[in-house]
Design a protein around this ligand. Structure first.
Ligand code: KIV
Ligand code: NA
Length: 265
């Protein structure tokens, strides 16, 4: 395999090849995602919801993110691995942000970090980039700020917020970020942002006119079934398939159908 790098992603934007990105939090899933050809694997802080069952992304810790990230790193041959800096590990001051990013890089072996926000975390992003750590930005719906907004509805519908987002995207490019995730914003605005910067824009609920797409793996394979935003396309219904398989197993154990002779020593 030829490894995906931050450089190859920027080249993909230049040549018009769309970038595919999915989350993974563990070795077994990451192995499937990588070998199926996904370009970027995000060890997202959505692990807080998907893996740990929390209502928001806020509770997950840096240590827990490092555990998930190192499990993913052991599985990958090709994809670029990006890890979310969790809530509380970078907002206090730029030095703390750099320390957190260094811990992720050293202790997990991942290739890049992702931080939520624009202007307000400019100094932290600068410091991390100065240390040679690639940074992916994240604008629009930023789930770590859920209590500031109160809802997970579409962001930047108002002119003022849209302008601020465009400015933030240009600032992230200028600082040296290699890509930006845009979450849940109008397709028209996402298109404008993608046209205005030369680094790849990866959308989730940001329409088709961006440079790549990202989804949460467990949502796109239908393992979760209570989360149904418009932007989510389900490729499997694993919640149902797994439930049926497991019920069948329970039944087979109860009726002593399992194990049979050929399954015994
Ligand atoms: O944590 C996550 O899964 C994310 C993606 C939704 C972009 O940040
Ligand atoms: Na995230």
């Amino acid at each position: 395999y030829k490894r995906v790098t931050v450089k190859s992603l920027v080249d993909m934007k230049a040549t018009g090849e769309k970038i595919s990105m999915l989350t993974a939090y563990d070795y077994t899933m990451a192995k499937i995602v990588d070998s199926a050809g996904v370009d970027v694997i995000l060890v997202g802080d959505s692990a807080s919801n998907v893996m740990a069952g929390h209502e928001t992304t806020l509770p997950i810790t840096l240590d827990q993110m490092i555990y998930h990230a190192s499990s993913v790193v052991r599985a990958i041959y090709r994809a670029l691995i990006v890890v979310d800096l969790p809530f509380g590990s970078y907002q206090s001051d730029p030095k703390e942000a750099l320390r957190s990013a260094i811990r992720i890089m050293k202790e997990s072996g991942a290739h890049a970090v992702k931080l939520e926000g624009g202007k307000e975390i400019k100094e932290s992003i600068k410091r991390i980039l100065n240390a040679g750590i690639p940074v992916m930005g994240h604008l629009g719906l930023t789930p770590q700020s859920i209590y500031k907004f109160g809802t997970y509805t579409v962001r930047a519908k108002e002119e003022q917020e849209a302008e601020r987002l465009l400015e933030d995207a240009k600032m992230l490019e200028k600082l040296g970020c290699f890509a930006i995730v845009l979450e849940k914003i109008p397709a028209k605005l996402a298109k404008q942002v993608a046209k205005s910067v030369s680094i790849p824009i990866i959308g989730i609920g940001a329409g088709p006119d961006v440079d790549g797409q990202v989804l949460v793996l467990h949502d796109m394979i239908g393992m979760t079934h209570e989360f149904n935003p418009r932007f989510l396309r389900r490729y499997l219904n694993l919640y149902e398939d797994m439930s049926n398989a497991i019920s069948q197993y329970v039944d087979d154990v109860k009726t002593q159908d399992f194990p049979n002779e050929s399954e015994s020593y």
